[in-house]
Design a protein around this ligand. Structure first.
Ligand code: SAM
Length: 229
């Protein structure tokens, strides 16, 4: 595998991102830090916004969607507690950047996106960088991918009113699911461990994600304020 970008002008900028936005803010997993230092985030961001690639914020990727802030990508990845052999399901491919980080750290990644142009773009970037272990699928990710289940880890990268039941079912025993859960305006990063004795749920940082749409997420139409987990 993967990622050798010739004449990468952002090597130093990326090191700065890791030092100032990740290490200084409490990210400690050395594997996560290395992946985020190595993977060229700017290649996942379309030209008009590429100059913002390493800023400490979410950045537009077209189609009204965003690539998450580097710190949030690191927090979510660290929460997955990856060891290298996992099969992962990501919901919300977006740019494909988070999927690439997961592909770097785990064995196999399935990632689902509902917006076709984003699927096509992510496929091209991931293929160009040599991520043969990352599979991008078009569809409603709230239904999961029953044909590929069970998954050792599941990551939802859009804000959900609650954890879609299909995803809980497709999480392996001993697995971990990470998702931003809340309303349209604010969520809490929620980490669920599926153990023999039941579910262990931890709540983490506050966050703001674009909405998880679909059968197990939000329905189209303006939010009324009455929805909720
Ligand atoms: N992980 C992405 C990255 O690395 O660029 C960022 C994800 S972006 C914050 C959220 C994405 O979730 C959007 O691209 C959106 O279209 C997608 N999404 C929302 N609901 C979805 C669903 N039901 N199934 C699949 N993707 C969905």
């Amino acid at each position: 595998m993967v990622v050798s970008v010739k004449d990468d002008p952002f090597v130093q900028t990326r090191k700065g991102m890791v030092e100032q936005q990740l290490k200084a803010e409490g990210i400690t997993d050395p594997l996560v830090l290395t992946a985020m230092e190595q993977i060229p985030r700017h290649l996942f961001i379309p030209e008009p916004w590429r100059y913002e690639s390493y800023d400490n914020c979410a950045v537009p990727i077209g189609e009204g969607q965003t690539i998450s802030q580097p710190f949030m990508v690191a927090v979510m990845t660290q929460a997955l507690n990856l060891r290298g052999g996992e099969k992962i399901l990501e919901i919300g491919t977006g740019s494909g950047y988070q999927a690439a980080i997961l592909g770097w750290l785990a064995k196999e990644v399935y990632t689902v996106e509902r917006i076709e142009p984003l699927v096509e773009r992510a496929r091209i970037v991931l293929h160009t960088l040599g991520f043969d272990n990352v599979h991008v699928r078009l569809g409603d990710g709230t239904l999961g991918l029953p044909e590929e289940a069970p998954f050792d880890r599941i990551l939802i990268t859009a804000g959900a009113p609650a954890i879609p039941p299909a995803l809980m079912e497709q999480l392996a025993w001993g697995g971990i699911l990470v998702a931003p859960i809340g309303d349209h305006w604010m969520q809490e990063l929620t980490i669920v461990a599926k153990e023999e004795g039941g579910l262990r749920v931890k709540r983490g940082v506050a966050c703001v994600f674009v909405p998880l749409m679909g059968q197990g997420g939000w329905r189209p139409g303006p939010p009324t304020g009455q929805e909720g987990p």
